[in-house]
Design a protein around this ligand. Structure first.
Ligand SMILES: [Zn+2]
Length: 460
């Protein structure tokens, strides 16, 4: 290994003009952080594990001091006791801790905190707190992956995501159903040192596929960051070769597992796919190996991953529940958090990477909304936004016909006519006016043997 940046296109700014210094403060800090994460995740294993143990001790001490909920869970365990001896944390537990205690960070800690919520793929939405450190870490870790994998920084990056509550209202007024934001670089503060391609962020509510494809044709897409539902929808417009025409260099799949048919159709176009395994609660969990598809290197600078005891048989494989401990979860601790996914864990990746690797990940497959004209729509409902108009404990949306959607509102015996009208308006803004929507109150939703409790299912 040698550090040699001669092949990196540089923009030749960002250098310091102060005596005895090299780069400006901002690029210096970001580049330093990227290196630190790369050292933890790709460097000496013993060093990394020792660092993780220290971080766990810090987190346990913090949680014990600030939270009676966590004191009760950790009371019989000394801070240095084994992680695997602690109880598993469920979504219901998190809801309870947040409701009772709010954020465990205080203004005097000097770290800004934000209320955050799960993305919407699960029908049991959870609200929780994250800190400014978590937001910064997620940005640095995402950038670091480009250096770890030696990616070509000169390519464009295009990210397509579901609109958040703050942008949804604005987008609802736009006929195309999406909003576009462009930046000259996707490298943040190190964009002053290295040249990169441009960055385009597309936020979608109920996008017109024709307009979306038109927008994507304007610039080379480059690295495409999108969930599989979104890519299914784009491909449904005019086939997988559209991705080649749009000059997609690589697809970074986020949020859910890729349906094998979709995977094959994209790879057949010569476009590599790399998935990231992450969630809103803890940020990045693992990144798919560049040389062993289906294996994910755990983001050891962020989380400890365990597989719970007791295996479930799925499609002939025995898999265990994925538990994640977020080392920097000081606002709302996530310690042995049950992700609702099944997988297996190897001590090392077959590629030679000397760190834990997740494989046989199962439970994240979702599907898209089908339209009468044969196109698909990446239909994602954020539970916490729905909770602003109707009270519930869980929800599930099912497409039961080409123009029929049923939404079940769990934890409710009845709903008022006004609540029903509001839910219908909310769904129509995201699915389109041509759907007939039935809103059903349910004391409890029958999830069958589904572990993940997916918020959306297409049954057509
Ligand atoms: Zn690997």
């Amino acid at each position: 290994m040698k550090f040699d940046f001669s092949k990196y296109p540089t923009s030749n700014q960002g250098y310091s003009e102060r005596p005895m210094s090299f780069l400006g403060a901002d690029p210096s800090s970001l580049l330093g952080s990227i290196f630190e994460l790369a050292v933890i995740e790709t460097g000496n294993r013993i060093g990394c594990e020792r660092w993780q143990k220290a971080q766990l001790r810090n987190l346990f001490t913090h949680a014990t001091q600030r939270s009676s909920f966590w004191r009760n869970r950790l009371v019989t365990k000394r801070p240095e006791s084994k992680l695997s001896a602690l109880p598993i944390l469920t979504r219901t537990d998190v809801k309870q801790q947040v409701a009772q205690e709010g954020s465990l960070l205080r203004p005097t800690d000097g770290l800004q905190t934000f209320m955050h919520a799960t993305s919407g793929s699960s029908g049991v939405p959870v609200k929780f707190y994250v800190s400014q450190m978590n937001v910064q870490y997620n940005q640095v870790r995402s950038l670091a992956q480009n250096f770890i994998d030696g990616k070509d920084l000169s390519l464009n990056k295009t990210q397509i995501k579901t609109a958040t509550a703050s942008t949804a209202k604005k987008i609802a007024a736009v006929p195309s159903g999406f909003a576009v934001e462009k930046k000259p670089s996707w490298l943040g503060e190190i964009g002053s040192v290295f040249t990169s391609g441009g960055f385009k962020l597309i936020e979608c509510l109920n996008p017109s596929l024709r307009d979306l494809v038109h927008e994507l044709r304007k610039d080379a897409v480059g690295q495409l960051v999108a969930n599989p539902r979104m890519v299914s929808a784009i491909i449904s417009h005019s086939g997988a070769n559209l991705l080649r025409q749009l000059r997609v260099s690589e697809w970074i799949a986020v949020g859910e597992e890729i349906d094998p048919v979709l995977y094959r159709s994209v790879v057949d176009q010569g476009i590599p796919i790399h998935s990231t395994y992450s969630c809103e609660e803890v940020g990045p969990i693992a990144f798919e190996c560049e040389s062993t598809p289906g294996h994910y290197h755990v983001a050891t600078s962020n989380v400890v991953v365990e597989i719970a005891e007791g295996l479930h048989e799925v499609e002939g494989k025995k898999l265990g529940r994925v538990l994640v401990t977020h080392l920097h979860s000081y606002a709302t601790p996530f310690i042995r958090y049950d992700m609702g996914d099944l997988a297996l864990l190897k001590e090392c990746c077959p590629c030679g990477h000397d760190g834990p690797a997740i494989h046989s990940l199962y439970g994240r497959v979702t599907n898209a909304l089908k339209r009468r004209d044969g196109t698909l729509s990446a239909f994602l409902i954020r539970g916490h936004e729905l909770q602003e108009i109707v009270e519930f404990t869980e929800f599930r949306v099912r497409q039961v016909g080409l123009d029929a959607i049923i939404i079940e509102i769990g934890g409710r015996e009845t709903l008022t006519p006004e609540e029903i009208t509001n839910v219908v308006t909310f769904l129509k803004a995201r699915a389109g006016d041509d759907f007939k929507i039935d809103v059903i109150a349910r004391a409890a939703i029958d999830w069958g043997d589904s572990i993940k409790k997916q918020s959306f299912r297409c049954e057509v």
